[in-house]
Design a binder for this molecule. Structure first.
Ligand code: KG4
Ligand code: ZN
Length: 334
């Protein structure tokens, strides 16, 4: 039995979690900065880093308390190494380094994108191989995950990420930040055939969403009040979901994978889930909504199933390793 405490601070959520053997959630705690950043219409990196610093100790303490575990019962401390905002990542990495040093536990670095995929292992028996559609605020990829550690990028966005397109279109429609959940909700009340927005023409498994965002802007400019916001949201969402679902199923057929997995913040989207499940010839998995967007439980799962190895700056801070190094140094001196 392996219990990892994980920390996630790559963007605007300060999160900690303890997960047993990469699947069983012992506790998790998350502080979201959404309210702070909503005033600016997007995440302000320096403000985000400072807020992480203010709450991170409390978030970690609460996570340990809820799991009713002490550091003596932990087997490692994990954190997100990237990709993410450098100032915010630094807060989580520093906290993880300090804890691993003082508790004398291994420090485990995790890739944020791999962690999103690993959210699917929480409380399930899911095993690779599978095809994953990773759709977040910063990334859009179709992956062929051959094993826990090996994955191949089959295609990705050439410009905006899907979540970014949702956020930008929501801002055009005056819906606030983050836009994804707002468009998702509003689209349910609109007519998705009202506007025929174009699908970016990109070969293979790649995507392009910047043209779609511009198409929404041009349409808006020609419309007079009252603006049919729900119809625009539904038509935009339809264009996004159509291309995501088609290419993901093509990738499943090409690879022969026996399941499809959704990951990232946009995996919470109700229409994407519905259409993919309806059209996929193989079973489709997605994480619980709270583990689609950034969280630390997925980081703990990734620490167990696919840790980043061989990064000296991280491992150099492990006390056990320093002790070994010290022993080496002293034997050399003898
Ligand atoms: O994975 P995530 O929390 O952060 C990144 O790693 O980027 O994803 C955040 C993104 C935001 O762009 C947000 O608008 C989008 O996920 N999102 C959604 C939904 N919930 C969150 N997009 C569409 N529909 C949703 N229900
Ligand atoms: Zn993320």
């Amino acid at each position: 039995m392996v219990n990892y405490l994980a920390i996630e601070t790559s963007c605007d959520e300060t999160a900690a979690a303890i997960v047993e053997d990469g699947r069983r959630l012992r506790s998790h705690c998350l502080f979201s900065q959404t309210v702070t950043h909503a005033a600016f219409g997007g995440v302000v990196p320096e403000v985000a880093a400072r807020e992480h610093l203010e709450v991170i100790n409390q978030v970690i303490a609460q996570t340990l308390k809820e799991a009713a575990l002490t550091d003596k019962e932990l087997d490692g401390v994990a954190c997100t190494l990237g990709p993410g905002l450098i100032g915010t990542l630094l807060v989580g990495i520093s906290a993880a380094k300090a804890l691993s040093w003082s508790w004398d536990l291994p420090l485990i670095g995790v890739d944020h994108l791999a962690a999103h995929v690993c959210a699917n292992y929480l409380e399930t028996d899911l095993k690779p191989p599978f095809v994953a559609l990773l759709v977040s605020g910063g990334h859009t990829q179709i992956l062929h995950c051959r094993s826990y550690r090996e994955s191949e990028v089959l295609g990705e966005t050439l410009d905006d990420a899907v979540g970014e397109a949702y956020d930008k279109v929501a801002r055009l429609l005056g819906l606030g930040y983050p836009g994804g959940p707002m468009i998702d909700k509003l689209a349910g009340t609109g007519n998705c055939q009202a506007f025929n927005f174009p699908e970016g023409v990109v070969s293979g498994f790649n995507f392009s969403f910047s043209g779609l965002k511009t198409a929404v802007l041009r349409t808006l400019e020609k419309l007079h009040a009252p603006i049919p916001v729900a119809d625009l949201a539904a038509s935009f969402q339809e264009a996004v979901v159509r291309v995501l679902v088609r290419k993901t199923i093509e990738a499943q057929k090409r690879t022969g994978a026996q399941s499809i997995v959704l990951a990232g913040g946009v995996a919470a989207n109700s229409e994407l889930r519905r259409q993919l499940k309806e059209q996929s010839p193989v079973p489709v998995f997605w994480p619980a909504a709270q583990f689609c967007t950034d969280n630390a439980a997925m980081v703990a799962a990734a620490a167990y199933f696919c840790p980043i190895t061989g990064q000296e700056p991280l491992t150099a801070y492990s006390r056990s390793k320093d002790r070994r190094r010290h022993q080496l140094d002293s034997s050399r001196n003898q």
